[in-house]
Design a protein around this ligand. Structure first.
Ligand code: ATP
Length: 461
């Protein structure tokens, strides 16, 4: 079998499509932008919302054993001391001798195979003869740079009032473990799912929305009996892989990668990433972690609150272990977007389309007039649009010829176009065109909505 290739050779293809069509814009662009913060435009906000809905559906709606939570971004500062983030949520930073340019050590050319021990070695820059990519000067020894954003709570800016913007959503689920368990009366194993913003002062962000300083996470904490953890960890691997596959990611561009013992985070007993072959190489899409009893034991110890679970069946009280699935809607939406990108020759022209899963597509259907000068055609379009909009995201466009209108919808991934023509006024039927096959079928006006909604529902199966 030949080696898998990324869906697009260059990230620029996606970045320019995203900007041109309103998926993603650089933040504060009129002021020159701000590094590693991106804004979602009219289509991007729909795509990302659909990704979050698809995740929530699989993780919460369709399961008995997982419930949702929306904890605050700001938390008691002790949470981050207890969790280990204040002491060790850091990356290795190196600085150049000449101009104090700063880099994350393990993202410099020639550092691809560094072990965690190498990353802490004060002589590493010298040993590998690392040079500043901008001015060629020597790079100094690595030091740990904490990734948490700090701010102040209340009107006095002093050390006692320092708090952090959360760097992960997981801690909100741990500190609410008892609240959720007691209010829902869930028995082990059960999970808490959360989607929300997290912030990390990344040293070298980049690759578009892959690594941002402000981003969202979709994390699920599954509380289990200690002796079940290893088995349950294995069960989550195919579930998370299949979720990406079912929503359209090409399987040959997915792989699992297990963390080496010296790479494991301070809390982890075992960690396996689902990786995707991006245009810039294999990178983490989501992490699946066996966190043992680290989190709840530490929070119990530091808060003085009993966080044990009492099992009525066995009369035992114990600290549950945690299996976590940690992904993010920005990285997932980006992956779905890249993987859906298609270019093909059609009648001597390049057709660009996004073969997005219908559930993820920003618009499900576009209503297009063949002749915008005929008021009866436009009226029928508006009637259809109004009806479709009650149930789904639909859009109207009459600003070009029909061929161009189809191409525009293809490029943003709209699965179906409905065209109203002169005959429609006579036979009360319209043309439904499919994005991927480009086939067209004639459908009675009153059956259009049912057809679109049925196809949308069928895409879930
Ligand atoms: P990395 O090694 O890439 O820095 P990580 O292992 O620290 O990532 P986790 O802490 O496991 O990442 O975060 C869980 C998920 O949150 C990631 O899989 C990713 O989807 C998302 N995520 C983490 N950091 C960022 C970021 N800077 N920008 C966008 N998404 C992110």
């Amino acid at each position: 079998m030949s080696d898998p290739q990324p869906s697009v050779a260059s990230l620029d293809t996606i970045v320019s499509l995203a900007k041109r069509r309103g998926f993603v814009f650089p933040s504060s662009e009129i002021y020159g932008g701000i590094n590693a913060v991106w804004d979602y435009g009219p289509l991007g906000v729909e795509l990302k919302k659909n990704v979050k809905n698809a995740w929530w559906r699989a993780m919460v709606q369709e399961r008995d054993d997982i419930v949702g939570l929306d904890a605050g971004i700001l938390m008691h500062p002790q949470v981050w001391v207890t969790s280990g983030h204040v002491a060790s949520f850091s990356d290795p930073l190196v600085e150049c001798a000449e101009n104090s340019h700063r880099y994350r050590l393990d993202e410099l050319p020639g550092t691809e195979n560094l072990t965690e021990t190498d990353k802490r070695d004060p002589a590493i820059s010298e040993r590998l003869n690392l040079k500043c990519p901008q001015d060629g000067s020597k790079l100094g020894p690595p030091r740990r740079f904490n990734l948490m954003f700090k701010t102040f709570m209340g009107p006095v800016e002093e050390d006692a009032n320092v708090i952090y913007l959360r760097p992960e959503t997981a801690q909100g689920s741990y500190v609410n473990f008892k609240n959720v368990q007691q209010s829902t009366r869930k028995k082990l194993p059960f999970g808490i799912a959360q989607i929300g913003k997290s912030f990390r002062n990344e040293i070298s962000p980049g690759n578009f929305v892959f690594r941002m300083r402000e981003f969202e996470q979709m994390e699920m904490q599954y509380f289990v009996r200690p002796d079940d953890a290893a088995r349950i960890f294995e069960e989550w691997l195919p579930r998370r892989w299949n979720w990406y596959r079912d929503y359209g990611v090409t399987e040959t561009r997915l792989r699992f990668r297990e963390h080496a013992p010296d790479e494991l985070a301070h809390y982890a007993k075992k960690a396996i990433d689902v990786e995707y072959l991006f245009p810039f190489g294999w990178k983490e899409l989501e992490g699946i972690h066996n966190r043992g009893d680290f989190d709840l034991s530490r929070h119990q110890q530091e808060s003085g609150q009993n966080l044990e679970y009492f099992d009525p069946a066995t009369n035992e009280a114990f600290i549950p272990w945690i299996v976590e699935t940690a992904g993010g809607p920005d990285r997932a939406a980006f992956t779905f977007l890249i993987d859906a990108y298609r270019e093909e020759e059609v009648r001597g022209e390049t057709r660009v389309s996004l073969a997005l899963h219908p559930q993820l597509a920003p618009y499900k259907v576009a209503v297009l007039p063949l002749l915008k000068k005929r008021p009866e055609i436009v009226d029928l379009c508006q009637k259809l649009l109004g009806d479709l909009r009650r149930d789904t995201m639909a859009v109207y466009d009459d600003t070009a010829s029909i061929g161009k209108l189809y191409r525009r919808q293809d490029e943003i991934g709209t699965p179906w176009c409905v065209t109203v023509d002169v005959d429609s006024l006579e036979d009360n039927a319209v043309t439904v065109r499919d994005r991927d096959t480009m086939t067209q079928e004639r459908v009675p006006v009153e059956g259009v909505k049912r057809l679109i909604l049925d196809r949308l529902a069928a895409s879930l199966a």
